[in-house]
Design a binder for this molecule. Structure first.
Ligand code: APR
Length: 312
């Protein structure tokens, strides 16, 4: 029996719970600072079990003791991006929240694998590791799966083909500097660069980069949660079922791709122990430079965050 704790029971957290239970992956504990809300959402999701066809249990709680011995902890607690707000604007508020959540959850589940969702993603993942001091293979951020899913969706729309045959790879930080890799994005093995004109590929890459902002602008209040929730569930499944999936995630790089001591989106093999290894792809000079630029921006934000945390 597996247990997944989701801290932050807002839009993303509740959607994670829905997919994780719905895919029959684990029992779920939803946690939030708002009293009654995680309990209400968990009960509502539990009552959907006979219809969704699973026997998973869901609880809500405001108490970290209820999260004890979780196999996976998902951190979505924080404030969501509002229109006009950059990911970096979120840094200060969310750092305080994530630090507290990481400390409390690690205390009760010292053997858990941590998946961070709170933005700015790569920096919050670093902070979770810095706070918990867990082995790096047990801390990762969810961004690449979502960014790649968006890219896949746009490719399928453009070609009017099934998303089932579309695979895509997006590396780098979860921000404007993310690095979609068209050469490694295919329709049933055929690189999209063989199927689409260069300007259309560029347009799809741009829409992917702006994917989060596009949803924010439409929703007016809050940010995306269905695709983010499904992306987390994909990672949870890879870990719980020890699938050895090759998924782009924010993982700790120790020199791979010329990047050191940072969490950044790279292709990683996910299984029961968490990040089993990082796969190094051959990149063009341009792709490598874009990844380096993205990594540098994450490093700058980590420095800003650490200064803010010292100042508190
Ligand atoms: N402990 C527990 N929960 C907290 C804390 C805390 N210290 N601080 C805030 N929360 C909860 C809020 O009460 C809220 O219910 O986190 C939840 C966040 O939910 P939403 O506001 O609905 O935000 P959501 O859309 O789910 O996004 C969460 O994921 O994608 C990212 O950018 C997004 O950082 C944001 C996060």
């Amino acid at each position: 029996m597996s247990k997944v704790t989701v801290v932050g029971s807002g839009n993303v957290g509740a959607t994670v719970a829905q997919y994780v239970a719905g895919k029959d992956l684990a029992d779920v504990v939803l946690v939030d600072i708002i009293e009654g809300m995680p309990q209400g959402k968990a009960l509502d999701l539990h009552e959907a079990a006979p219809l969704a066809g699973h026997d998973r249990k869901l609880w809500g709680s405001n108490n970290y003791a209820d999260t004890r011995d979780s196999d996976i902890v998902v951190i979505t607690a924080g404030i969501a991006r509002k229109p006009g707000m950059s990911r970096e604007d979120l840094l200060k508020t969310n750092a305080g929240i994530v630090q507290e959540v990481a400390k409390e959850t690690a205390k009760h589940s010292p053997n858990a694998i941590f998946i961070v969702v709170t933005n700015p993603l790569d920096v919050m993942t670093y902070l979770t590791w810095q706070t918990t001091r867990l082995p790096t293979q047990r801390v990762m951020g969810m961004a690449g799966v979502l960014d790649s899913a968006r890219f896949q969706t746009f490719i399928a729309m453009e070609l009017n083909m099934s998303v089932k045959d579309v695979r895509a790879m997006v590396l780098g930080g979860h921000g404007d500097l993310m690095v979609p890799l068209p050469r490694y994005s295919t329709v049933n093995g055929v690189p999209i660069t063989e199927l689409l004109a260069a300007d259309r590929v560029d347009a799809l890459c741009k829409r992917t980069r702006d994917g989060g902002a596009e949803i924010v602008a439409l929703l007016k209040a809050g940010s995306a949660f269905y695709a983010p929730g499904a992306s987390v569930a994909e990672m949870v499944e890879a870990i719980i079922r020890d699938q050895n999936r090759l998924l782009p995630c924010a993982v700790y790089s120790q020199g791979q791709y010329g990047i050191k001591d940072l969490f950044v989106g790279l292709p990683a093999v996910l299984g029961r122990e968490g990040v089993k290894r990082i796969v190094e792809l051959k990149l063009t000079a341009e792709e490598r430079a874009a990844l380096a630029k993205s990594a540098e921006s994450i490093r700058e934000n980590i420095n800003v965050m650490n200064q803010l945390l010292v100042a508190v």
